[in-house]
Ligand binder design. Structure first.
Ligand code: GCU
Length: 652
């Protein structure tokens, strides 16, 4: 199938057809070869310039520099002469940076003057694909898998182009398969799949990317024929040890395993009365001799809750399950923690585990697959949200405790649930590619701003057209807030259609087993998570807990996450809770309509097929945002009996 190259299209800046530059490539290994290939591709596209081999006097020098950390690079450019030095994959990142700078400056090859030195902010920068072996993608909104189809592994040019895209924005690890490991996926760690997996692994490795696999904790039973998967059972331990030997013999350099255990029906150590550390450490010991890492997810909660039960609070679960185990995990275990305590809602507080854990490696897990944020049919540029998360100060230690610093350091970092599929534009919505690019860039360099990232992405994707750039930039930068406005209000979340998670259904999750309640009645809504309520607030460091618990200081956008409030409660913005609900929903819906008008102004200025695809999505978004607005407003008018003080149409 034909597909785009997203931000690697290299639109022509100016023609220098016929010109060749000399290159001295001293960069080591397959990554060094990729760096050269990428430079050649970029120069041909941007200028029509070719490359030929040269000596010490060459115009461009690429060089591996062991003094730099893996992924770090130094880039000098002046008067057409360029040097890129890098540690490990850094030389490749330096080449991509050079091409990016040429495009952001939109200048001729000889005109770029630059001195840049970068080191990755995060050690691990991972994409987690929720691709199933059958070819479907759990929470996938951009077609089918390009890794798997009908229980076969696909390897081809698309794999290479995927690796190029991932590396170009700094991603250095990829988990190929869904965390819910079922059916044939259990057999990924068997002879059935090693050969094609090895081919994917080599492609990724040439782009500085380590491959990881999700494994099923009960594999000793389903794959090994044992009667148990108890992590403290000797036969289970030796089964995993032998399995690890076999896996690394076939897939040398594999990064390790990602594990979803004791979560939403997946097996885990709890079934045997063991704790999460028992489970993770057993696997960690088995793969340690091979340099493997266990990435263990903290998404462990009771998904069989009774809505009548007002004591149990799902938000507490991650902390309650993992905090007592701090310091008990092996060095080659990293806990992967979702950004918020619930599940990728449009707004949540930062998980208290990031601040609580003191002796355990951590990864921040975000989701660029827009499960709850418009499913790549609505535009929702998530980088401003991720940036806010990174900048949140958890007040848990002297001298600064922003999330970005808590996840920095060896064996830590960021992971994103990926948003790609085999759609011709990779991400369904053309603008959703900005989330893929942006996640990589932000995880590599957490100091970047969402605007700088969006501008880079726009310039590389659509070339230089100020009107296109300014219009799409405006849409991107406001899109998350717009989406939030017509969604569930003030941090409460979950007013979506169950299972599909698309479209409004205020009570969809109110009487379910999932622990996701808004507690709206005729007087008010929200969940009291202070000491008077579920006590969740107390999981934060005392200074922050006090801020959330006090209505005077609780950030307003989260106020219903932490407090149950009457509709008549006056917010600091000067309107009541109910009026805030009406106002934001009307605003959100009209902003979505304004997006559509703005995009319509770009007809003829974007490539025809891009325009057509984008336009269709914005038409849908405008209509669907109106639906959200009307459903939510009508629900609350009917329940509260309080009229909109601006008298707008609500369907009472
Ligand atoms: C969400 C999502 C599931 C997914 C789960 C997870 O609940 O809806 O499809 O399996 O997250 O993160 O494991």
């Amino acid at each position: 199938m034909e597909y785009t190259k997203c931000w690697l299209e290299y639109p022509r800046i100016r023609s220098e057809e016929g010109r060749t530059l000399t290159l001295q490539n001293l960069a080591e290994g397959s990554v060094g070869q990729s760096a050269e290939k990428e430079l050649a591709l970029g120069l041909r596209g941007l200028y029509g310039i070719g490359l030929t081999e040269g000596g010490p006097e060459a115009a461009v020098t690429l060089k591996t520099d062991g003094a730099l950390p893996d992924g770090g690079y130094v880039l000098h450019a002046a008067k057409g002469s360029v040097t890129v030095r890098g540690g490990g994959a850094g030389v490749l990142y330096g080449v991509f940076a050079l091409l990016r700078h040429l495009q952001t400056a939109w200048c001729g090859w000889d005109e770029l003057t630059l001195e840049e030195e970068k080191r990755p902010s995060n050690d691990l920068r991972l994409l987690n694909h929720w691709d199933n072996l059958e070819g479907d993608i759990e929470r996938g909104y951009s077609g089918r898998s390009f890794f798997f189809r009908d229980n076969q592994i696909l390897v081809g040019q698309r794999t290479v182009d995927y690796a190029r895209m991932a590396a170009s924005c700094g991603v250095n690890g990829v988990v190929l398969n869904n965390v819910n490991v079922r059916a044939a996926a259990v057999e990924l760690i068997s002879d059935r799949y090693y050969a094609p997996l090895r081919r994917i692994q080599e492609i990724l490795a040439a782009y500085g990317i380590r491959m990881y696999l999700s494994v099923n904790f009960a594999a000793p039973i389903s794959l090994g024929g044992l009667g148990t998967a108890d992590p403290l059972d000797g036969s289970v331990q030796s089964w995993w040890r032998e399995k690890a030997d076999e896996i690394w013999r076939n897939l040398p350099g594999l990064g390790g395993f990602l594990v979803k255990a004791d979560s939403e029906g997946q097996p885990g150590p709890h079934s045997y009365g063991r704790d999460q550390a028992d489970g993770a450490n057993m696997l960690a010991d088995a793969i340690a001799p091979h340099g493997g890492r266990v990435i263990w997810r903290c998404f462990v909660y009771n998904c069989q809750q009774d809505w009548r039960d007002r004591v149990t609070d799902r938000a507490r679960a991650g902390f309650d399950n993992f905090m007592p185990l701090d310091g008990k995990f092996r060095d080659n275990v990293t806990l992967q923690i979702k950004n918020g305590p619930m599940d990728f809602q449009v707004r949540e507080p930062v998980s208290p585990l990031f601040g609580g854990l003191k002796h355990t490696n951590r990864i921040l897990e975000v989701q660029i697959a827009q499960e709850y944020t418009g499913q790549q049919r609505h535009v929702c540029y998530l980088i401003p949200w991720f940036k806010e998360i990174l900048e949140t100060d958890l007040m848990c230690r002297e001298g600064g405790s922003r999330v970005s610093s808590l996840i920095a350091g060896p064996n830590q970092g960021m992971a994103a649930v990926a948003n790609t599929g085999d759609d011709p534009n990779w991400t369904g919505h053309d603008l959703a590619a900005a989330n893929l690019y942006g996640f990589g860039r932000l995880s590599y360099d957490t100091s970047l701003t969402p605007e700088a990232i969006a501008r880079e992405w726009l310039r590389q994707t659509y070339g230089r057209s100020p009107e296109v750039e300014e219009t799409l930039l405006k849409i991107l930068l406001s899109s998350w807030h717009t989406y939030e406005k017509y969604n569930a209000p003030l941090g409460i979340g979950w007013m979506v259609v169950p299972e599909t998670h698309y479209g409004p259904s205020v009570d969809g999750y109110e009487y379910s087993r999932w622990g996701t309640y808004h507690r709206a009645d005729r007087n008010g809504l929200g969940v009291d998570r202070t000491a008077r309520g579920t006590g969740y607030c107390g999981q934060y460091a005392p200074a922050l807990a006090a801020i959330y618990a006090d209505l005077e200081t609780c950030p307003e956008e989260l106020v219903l996450f932490f407090h149950h409030l009457p509709y008549t409660y006056m917010l600091k913005s000067g309107v009541t809770v109910i009026q805030h609900i009406y106002d934001t929903h009307f605003e959100g819906a009209s902003e979505a309509e304004a997006f559509l008008r703005m995009v319509e102004g770009l007809e003829g200025k974007l490539p025809e097929d891009v325009y057509r695809r984008m336009h269709a999505r914005f038409v849908h978004q405008a209509r669907h945002a109106r639906e959200w607005c009307d459903v939510i407003n009508s629900y609350f008018l009917r329940l509260s009996g309080i009229q909109d003080d601006k008298g707008r149409p609500i369907y009472a």
